[in-house]
Design a binder for this molecule. Sequence first.
Ligand code: G3H
Ligand code: 13P
Ligand code: ZN
Length: 309
Amino acid sequence: MPLVTSKKMLEDAYKGNYAIGAFNINNMEILQGVVQAAKAEKAPLILQVSAGARRYASPIYLRKLVEAAVEDSNLPICLHLDHGDSFELCKESIDSGFTSVMIDASHHSFAENIKITRNVVQYAHDRGVVVEAELGRLAGIEDDVNVSDKDAAFTDPDQVQEFVAKTGVDSLAIAIGTSHGAFKFKGEPKLRFDILQEVEKRLPNFPIVLHGASSVPQYLVEQINQYGGNMPGAKGVPEDMLRKAASMAVCKINIDSDIRMAVTATIRKYFAENPSHFDPRQYLGPARSAVEKLVRHKIVNVLGCNGKA
Ligand code: G3H
Ligand code: 13P
Ligand code: ZN
């Protein structure tokens, strides 16, 4: 099966009250762990590549790895550009075979966000590619965008209809209290489900995307800290909140930090227990298995997309 867009995946997820996992990939072991999990659970999959991933692994290596995953898995896989920050980057990704792009112009004014997003949508739709955009600003750190807590802004539900109508975008990322990275909440986790509900009312049957949706599992925080790491107070979005979001209009849930932590926790423990080992396969193999275990858990217990491929 060739790469697919996320159009049908997200439509089915909306109707079925579940969500598709969008997992960030940065190297072969992460990709293999994610794809093995989706294969085992017969889950549709969105693999996403950030600007940072492109810089780290180079676009051609990532693309060829994804091609291998498509051939090996026979699953419906969508290849998505995560947080594209310009028309040019989106165009380059579309031209090189991505089936979905995110144009993240959320740090611009509303009017400018519409203008930039509409240009990307026109280019993408002419070539059969779908587009995700963002309204509102998440706090947290990505490689190219660092939004401090004070600059973060919840999505204004009064803007969503106009934004979608004027841009023709296929899905919309909204800010309801999640943030990127492993330190999402200082106190009790809280998401603005009231905003999600208002957005859902104004955009019936329209797929919503949740960024910054890692759960930061405490067993991984403990393992990292136990074996020489230093992540005190790391906290993510509780799984029951993600399940609730998936049962509402949220159809795509983005996960990166949890994967990073699964890899790091495994390698830290491995090095502590096997100080004489130096073959990367000895510790990257278990790291890959840890990613697979984590993603299988997400697919079955959080996203609910198992068996939907
Ligand atoms: O949304 C951000 C993703 O976690 C990607 O992070 O830009 O460090 O690759 P990155
Ligand atoms: P996390 O940092 O919560 O994994 O979010 C990832 C993300 O939103 C990628 O776009
Ligand atoms: Zn994101």
